[in-house]
Design a protein around this ligand. Structure first.
Ligand code: B3K
Ligand code: ZN
Length: 844
């Protein structure tokens, strides 16, 4: 980042034309190039994986040098027309970056640096260009799409046709998109607040039209929400979404032409769960919100990625919270930070939300940049309040609409509009690692004063600059022992050590860091009795959930300690009583009760400690869940039966959380599992039964898996759920099962969704088999990465995360993991993506 220099040349206009053929697509790029500033440096363009056919400056052939992904032309005029004709091979492009083929359709993915696989260009986000695109293709591809508005179309010889598109908004190359294919099309329209009609189109694979309605409804909701909450209106006359089956991530916000993974578009009740419906609404919203936060105002360079991603995740979280349950959405966001981001920040890929150096940019689309980035935006929102924050947004757009800017520009707009000093706050952008907040308290009965002593520090690594105290919004509620709220206040922690005083008549119970008011680790010794008060009475629903997580976690760690001292495990009846109360609570939102009964995953528990004995942890967690399930079985059964008649997502979630427990109780409740599976009217309940059978190792498990696999063999997105369940079966032969399933007709090594479901899920979800002491789990994942390294490096690097986060495990496991990483480093033709992660891990 320190090496950033403005571009030497700008390209205000680009005319791109494509003659689409699977193995030999011809791309002609005609750029109007202007020199940026006074200099006589050469024109240097980015470009990879293309055959050059012609390079002309103002229509004349010129000498050029092509090496290591760059094309250099010396002695160019100050303003000129540059014509470059190249040939590319979309059919051979299994990395799914640049122009590639998905199930017979052409599509593109350019962010971050894929445009350079389409043509030679200054492929960096601070070069903003007006695009004109012409697409020629056989008529077997009836839809020829690109960004902006269609301005012309017509027939060509030999059963070919063409279409021309013009995007009036200058944009960086990463927002370019092209799609050509045959689709079913759902159309609708939206009238903006100023009365403009926008045509909305959702393109899906043939036969899937009936699964596209929820996506369309979500888009309209998102458009209306951005107007009402952020006063932001859409700016083109058309908004297109195309769903493709082969896609490296969730979706892409290309101007006017979003390309989506089918997983975030297609849904009906038979094939999609309530969570899938929610995920679609949130990703459709996310990509739509990028139109302002990302597209209209974009990033100066890729180090600023969080400028658009952190902010847009914050916006999509607010959207979901305004149209759904705020508490449940907050809980989901907190889980991502605690279970995944804390792990990333404690491991070899730790980086600030604005990284300062990268090897492969695609490796930085991380939970840190996205989700911690969103927490940083949320903290500003908390400090400034909604009005101050919205004033900041308004100023940000007034100043920077149409520009490529930095995270500093954003914070400056927030500061200037609100008058709040954010100078210390900016440290959140350049300090990696999770700050730790250690809180102690005491009550001075004589003075009637309660004191909270807060100390903060951020882990310091050898090669890092000194970590300074952060500006931390610290939201606190103080309750009396009967659960009455005495104080509810936002404190601002800015020093390494700080004390806050409250005048109270008695020692209170403290709910600290309410709603996770900052992405920090909180250390405070809660007594069980205090957690029981908070779980019942904290004003914040999120705080009640946090208390339930802490209560459960304490019980697990106590039993880990017992195991390590060869004592027998046990569970205090007050813990069982507390969860029984959750089961019986008739007034609480069912979705919140469900969250309280889902219990922290093994991965979440691992994040709570510095070093972990995996075997003891797995046993202790199982023990505690089984004890709660057994202890509450009668109540669980009764509540489960009551809820079966309720037809809403929150109740289904509660019911299915209870079914998971029922499947683990001593009785096993096989008949109940079977009955729910057989009578399920939609995917949520069918999958609820099946996953309870898998998690509880029920006798009916394998039979149900067979039935489910046969029923859905032709529906890829449902088969992904099946692959995922197969990969999480806790049996010693699971690696053989997964190996055999790679031959299943529904599996494809080239399809990222399939790879993530069957192979990624194993390491991420099946912790007992992945961490097998003999190392077979690690070696299995390593062999997969070796193969994926050449097929799709982005996906390879993404699913290798469990291999590099080894710091908490015992020496034997660490040695096995390091051996695996060394095997990867020894690969011939190692991709930059895998190299960066493996080498950083081994250097830890
Ligand atoms: N901006 C894209 C992600 C691109 C990832 C490139 N490896 C989707 C999103 O965040 O909206
Ligand atoms: Zn995004």
């Amino acid at each position: 980042m320190a090496d950033y220099l403005p571009p030497d040349y700008l390209v205000p206009e680009l005319a791109l034309s494509f003659r689409l053929q699977p193995n030999a697509t011809q791309v002609t790029a005609v750029s109007q190039v202007t020199r940026n500033g006074e200099h006589n440096r050469a024109l240097v363009l980015d470009g990879e994986q293309q055959q050059i056919q012609q390079v002309l400056v103002n229509g004349e052939n010129v000498d050029y040098l092509q090496q290591e992904g760059k094309l250099t032309i010396e002695n160019v005029p100050t303003a000129f027309e540059l014509t470059i004709v190249t040939e590319i091979n979309p059919a051979a492009n299994s990395s799914l970056e640049g122009l590639y083929m998905s199930d017979g359709a052409y599509c593109t993915q350019c962010e971050a640096e894929g445009f350079r696989r389409i043509t030679f260009f200054p492929d960096r986000p601070d070069v903003l260009t007006r695009y004109q695109v012409r697409i020629e293709a056989p008529k077997a591809f009836p839809f020829l799409l690109s960004n902006g508005n269609k301005v012309e179309e017509g027939e060509l010889d030999g059963d070919w046709h063409y279409a021309c598109w013009q995007d009036p908004f200058p944009k960086p190359s990463y927002l370019f998109a092209l799609v050509a294919g045959d689709f079913d099309l759902l159309e609708d329209s939206f009238t903006t607040k100023t009365g403009r009609d926008v045509k909305l189109q959702v393109f899906v694979d043939k036969g899937n039209l009936n699964k596209s309605h929820h996506a369309m409804a979500s888009l309209k909701k998102a458009m209306a929400w951005d107007e009402s909450r952020f006063d932001l209106e859409y700016d083109l006359d058309i908004y297109m979404i195309v769903a493709v089956d082969f896609f490296n991530m969730g979706a892409m916000e290309n101007k006017g032409l979003n390309v989506f993974n089918t997983k975030y578009v297609l849904a009906d009740e038979q094939t999609a769960t309530d969570d899938d419906f929610h995920g679609i609404e949130s990703v459709i919203g996310h990509e739509y919100f990028h139109n302002w936060t990302g597209n209209r105002v974009t990033c100066r360079d890729w180090f600023q990625l969080s400028l658009k991603e952190g902010l847009t995740v914050f916006r999509d979280q607010e959207f979901s919270s305004d149209v759904g349950s705020r508490a449940v959405n907050r809980i989901h966001a907190i889980k991502v930070i605690k279970n995944q981001q804390f792990a990333e920040d404690a491991g070899p890929m730790s980086h600030p939300i604005r990284p300062e150096e990268v090897i492969e940019m695609n490796n930085f689309y991380t939970v840190t940049v996205y989700n911690k980035g969103a927490e940083v935006i949320r903290m500003m929102h908390t400090l400034l309040g909604e009005a101050g924050f919205q004033a900041g947004m308004k100023l940000y757009f007034e100043r920077h609409d149409g520009q490529a800017v930095t995270c500093d520009d954003f914070v400056q707009a927030m500061q200037d509009a609100s008058g709040k000093d954010l100078s210390q706050f900016r440290r959140w952008y350049n300090q990696a690692g999770t700050p730790e907040l250690t809180v102690t308290d005491n009550y001075d009965a004589d003075a009637g004063v309660y004191r909270l002593q807060v100390a903060q520090s951020t882990p310091q690594r050898a090669n890092e600059q000194q970590k300074l105290p952060q500006h931390i919004p610290f939201s606190v509620e103080l309750l009396d022992n009967d659960g009455n709220s005495l104080v509810n206040q936002l404190l601002e922690v800015t020093d390494a050590e700080q004390t806050f005083e409250f005048n109270l008549n008695a020692a209170p119970v403290a709910s600290l860091l309410q709603d996770f008011s900052a992405p920090v680790k909180l250390h405070y010794q809660y007594a069980t009795s205090q957690l029981l008060v908070l779980m019942r009475y904290a004003s914040s629903e999120v705080a009640r959930w946090e208390a339930s997580v802490a209560l459960f976690s304490q019980a697990v760690w106590q039993n880990v300690a017992r195991l390590q001292q060869s004592q027998s495990m046990s569970l205090d009846s007050s813990v069982i009583d507390a969860f029984r109360a959750v089961v019986l609570d008739a007034s609480q939102d069912h979705a919140l009760s469900a969250e309280m009964l889902k219990f922290p995953s093994t991965a979440a528990l691992i994040e709570q400690v510095e070093k972990v004995d995996v075997d003891a942890l797995l046993s202790a967690r199982d023990f505690v869940i089984d004890a709660i399930a057994d202890g509450c079985e009668d109540e669980l059964l009764a509540r489960y039966r009551e809820l079966t008649s309720l037809d809403n997502a929150a109740s289904r979630s509660f019911k299915n959380a209870m079914l998971q427990l029922l499947a683990r109780s001593a009785d096993g409740n096989e008949a109940l599992l079977q009955a729910q599976y057989d009578s399920a009217s939609g995917m949520t309940d069918a999958l609820g039964a099946l996953s309870a059978a898998v998690a509880g190792n029920a006798e009916c498990r394998d039979e149900l898996l067979v039935q489910f696999g046969e029923r859905w063999q032709d529906t890829p997105l449902v088969m992904d759920k099946w692959f995922m369940l197969q990969a999480s079966v806790d049996e010693d032969d699971v690696i053989d099962r997964i190996t055999a399933l790679q031959q299943h007709p529904a599996f494809s090594f080239n399809n990222p969704n399939r790879v993530r479901s069957l192979l990624g899920a194993f390491a991420a979800l099946n912790l007992s088999q992945y961490h097998r002491a003999d190392g077979a789990g690690y070696q299995f994942l390593t062999d997969i990465i070796k193969k994926l390294n050449s097929v799709n490096p982005q996906v390879a690097a993404r699913i290798m995360t469990p291999l590099i986060q080894f710091g908490k495990f015992d020496d034997a496991r660490q040695a096995l993991l390091k051996g695996c990483l060394q095997q990867l480093l020894d690969l011939p033709e190692l991709s930059r993506d895998v190299y960066e992660k493996a080498s950083k891990a081994l250097a830890m």
